[in-house]
Ligand binder design. Structure first.
Ligand code: NCN
Ligand code: DMD
Length: 360
């Protein structure tokens, strides 16, 4: 599957910067909200809203993709794989952190079974996009086949298209999967080309001893699959998870539909790295919500040269960081649309006086 993602043009950058700088505030005083407004404006002025001046966040939707990881049986998590299906049931009945935040903040929340141990057919509203029950342990065999990766890409793409058709223009991704910090750290090591020790972390909160086991498992996996890590899809088949496959594809499909993409924590950023590897244009559509407490996440973000909005020490996943960033994203669009300019408010333009921006 290929994704035709329009490159966000820089033709409007000067206009966008002038709009932001013309607002009644010292230059740069809205900090990262200004950077966020620039991302939204660059996407919306150069794609959907060409020529239109105001920014819009329509029907913000958050998708949690859940998948189980065979590597969990190698003792790399505090929790057994059964917890993934149990948490999916918790999402379906509204009891998880992400349910509370989505309800509070006005996100539409959907839960996707990308392949968890116990099929979740009896969970109300859970979307069935299963690629299997659980991946193979990545240090022993390829996590899945390339055919499963392709199927995941097809299913995720169709899902995103249907959400876009309902009028959504901003989509966020979260995940749930016991063992998936091992998979994400292995993906990170493969993509960045750094040792497993720099990528591995405590995940759900494992001990130093288990961190060492995780590191060994990742090192075994990288050695086993060397030669089969030449493309993002090969990396996904060798080291991925069913939820990571579908998040990667969903990010690409969302950018293809000219939607903004909100990236959550460590695992979702691993998917973002893979998506960027497949089509670099997708990065222009991404807003990085937060820096997770998972060691390795800051390194991923630095590698991508992006600055997330929040740094709250969250390490839950489920899309919780993405959900909490929504009010800031909305605030960025709102100040861009609604703040008065120096001219409109008849306030002395301090940017001219102090920064010699106007040549006269
Ligand atoms: O989003 C993050 O940065 C993050 C950091 C640490 C853990 N998690 C969550 O914890 C689970 C994976 O942890 P583990 O220890 O089982 O690999 C998975 O369900 C993730 O949603 C998520
Ligand atoms: C209880 C629990 C909830 C989670 N939510 C995301 N990852 C999780 C991991 C565990 C163990």
């Amino acid at each position: 599957m290929n994704f035709a993602i329009k490159k966000v043009t820089d033709v409007f950058n000067q206009q966008i910067q002038a709009t932001i700088d013309g607002k009644t505030k010292p230059l740069g005083a809205l900090g990262q909200l200004e950077d966020t407004a620039k991302i939204i404006a660059a996407v919306q002025l150069s794609t959907v809203n060409t020529g239109q001046q105001s920014l819009s966040i329509k029907h913000p939707s958050l998708f949690i993709f859940a998948g189980d990881h065979g590597v969990a049986a190698q003792g790399v998590s505090i929790a057994p794989s059964e917890v993934t299906s149990q948490m999916v049931a918790n999402f379906a009945s509204g009891g998880a952190a992400i349910n509370v935040f989505c309800k509070q903040l006005g996100w539409q929340l959907s839960v996707v079974d990308a392949g968890v141990l116990s099929p979740t057919d009896n969970c109300l509203g859970v979307i069935n996009q299963r690629l299997g029950n659980i991946t193979a342990p990545l240090n022993i065999a390829p996590a899945m086949s390339l055919a499963q990766v392709e199927l995941g890409f097809e299913k995720a793409t169709a899902l995103v298209k249907s959400v876009h058709e309902k009028g959504c223009n901003l989509i966020a991704f979260g995940e749930m999967g016991i063992g998936n910090t091992t998979s994400a750290a292995a993906i990170m090591a493969a993509i960045i080309g750094i040792p497993a020790s720099e990528c591995v972390g405590r995940g759900t909160g494992v001990s130093d001893e288990i961190v060492k086991i995780k590191q060994q498992v990742i090192e075994q996996a990288l050695e086993l699959h060397q030669g089969n890590l030449n493309s993002a899809k090969e990396i996904l088949a060798s080291l991925g998870g069913f939820e990571i496959v579908q998040i990667t594809a969903a990010m690409l499909a969302a950018a293809e539909q000219e939607m903004l993409v909100v990236v959550d924590g460590f695992i979702c950023t691993a998917a973002a790295m893979l998506a960027i590897d497949i089509n670099a244009n997708v990065k222009d559509y991404m807003i990085f919500a937060h820096c997770s407490g998972e060691q390795g996440h800051q390194k991923m973000l630095s590698h991508l040269q992006v600055k997330p909005l929040l740094n709250l020490g969250l390490r839950l996943g489920e899309g919780t960081g993405a959900a909490l960033a929504l009010p800031l994203i909305q605030a960025a669009a709102a100040f861009y649309n609604d703040m008065a300019s120096f001219t409109q408010a008849q306030v002395t333009d301090v940017t001219d006086a102090n920064n010699n921006k106007v040549e006269n």
